[in-house]
Design a protein around this ligand. Structure first.
Ligand code: AMP
Length: 363
């Protein structure tokens, strides 16, 4: 099946009543402030919800329309797409939307106007592509090891898939790598198949900042809208146990995100923060035209040389934006009002409608 064509999406958009646009998303991830932000900017809202999972969207009163599906992945079913188009919907993609709908379905089957660059989603989903985009931007990443035999200092070993950091481990030698692989297999956290896909990278000892940028394609400008750090289970639980008891307890760490803390970075690092955002936007323009469009996130560790080391990126709204649903220190400095990432997206859509430039921000 061919890819969804921009020209087809533009035709659908042409048929929309621009004075009656609905902002829609899947009921998960960052839907609360995407929808709340849309309402603040004067749009109608719709949420596609798995039956039984509608509670937050009802109780917080953020959705005008509920489209119920048996399973989240049904968002790509033709009748759901039709319903969305009948509402003049622009869909905001987020991490759960991509995970549940399936990347190929979003690329090939989802004929509903979407905010942002549809083609860039694959670049964050595939580790090699992600690394190519970040290193092309000459942004510092953890060094990658091609094979476990080369391990010569502390490394972090990661596995593919959406298990959210389960089975990740730290080791410092090839022998320790083998030992820990056996432990993880015994726990059924990884399989033999996973082992050959193990991704090994330098362990960066530092503090975590996930920096939420918004690239306005309308203004050709990168904004820093907020930052969070991750609350991860069970590693954040393990560090509450005194060292001696940790050894006794013999727990394996996992890095599954269970929440987010809002955070600010020391001000002297901000020039680098902006520089990284600007450089990534440039590299994205070259690799996957027209490049970034809207929210993106660089997940970093700041080490004691005060280097900002990027270990992951999101090329769409990241879950950590939930830490500033009523605005962040930075979005307040920029806008002087309660600007969540969700609201910023709708502000961009509103501006594009006013300037008759929806084609710049929709795919
Ligand atoms: P990821 O699945 O890549 O988002 O990583 C999950 C968590 O592992 C992160 O939130 C960090 O706490 C930690 N982490 C990831 N990469 C590294 C690294 N290279 N060095 C140290 N910690 C890391």
């Amino acid at each position: 099946m061919g890819k969804v064509k921009k020209s087809d999406i533009m035709e659908i958009l042409d048929s929309y009543d621009k004075s009656d646009i609905t902002i829609a998303t899947l009921g998960s991830h960052t839907a609360l402030h995407i929808l709340r932000g849309a309402k603040q900017e004067g749009f109608k809202t719709a949420v596609v919800c798995e039956k039984g999972k509608e509670v937050p969207y009802e109780r917080f009163g953020v959705a005008d329309e509920f489209i119920f599906v048996d399973e989240y992945k049904d968002i790509v079913k033709e009748e759901v797409q039709e319903k969305l188009r009948s509402l003049n919907a622009i869909v905001v993609p987020h991490g759960s939307f991509v995970a549940y709908a399936g990347l190929s379905n979003v690329e090939d089957k989802f004929n509903v106007p979407m905010f942002g660059n549809r083609d860039i989603l694959r670049w964050e989903a595939e580790r090699d592509k992600e690394r190519e985009m970040i290193t092309k931007a000459e942004i510092r990443m953890p060094n990658k090891y091609d094979k476990p035999e080369d391990i010569d200092k502390a490394v972090m070993v990661k596995f593919p898939g959406a298990r959210g950091g389960q089975g990740y481990f730290i080791c410092s030698s090839f022998d320790e790598f083998n030992e820990k692989i056996d432990e993880m297999k015994a726990r059924d956290w990884i399989t033999d198949d996973d082992v050959k896909d193990a991704h090994i990278e330098e362990y960066v000892c530092g503090t975590n900042f996930c920096i939420h940028y918004f690239y306005s394609a309308l203004n050709d400008e990168v904004e820093v809208l907020g930052m969070d750090s991750r609350y991860e289970t069970n590693i954040d639980g393990i560090v509450r146990i005194p060292a001696q008891d940790q050894i006794e307890a013999n727990l394996s760490p996992s890095y599954v995100v269970s929440g987010n803390h809002p955070v600010v970075i020391r001000e002297s690092l901000l020039p680098k923060v902006f520089e990284n955002g600007d450089k990534l936007v440039e590299s994205a323009k070259e690799l996957v035209a027209p490049g970034m469009n809207g929210p993106f996130c660089l997940q970093c560790l700041v080490n004691d040389d005060r280097e900002i080391v990027i270990f992951e990126m999101s090329a769409r709204i990241d879950g950590g934006t939930n830490s500033f649903m009523n605005g962040s220190a930075y979005s307040y400095i920029q806008f002087g009002e309660e600007m969540s990432m969700g609201r910023r997206i709708s502000r961009e859509i509103k501006n594009a409608i006013a300037q008759d430039k929806l084609d710049v921000i929709i795919t």
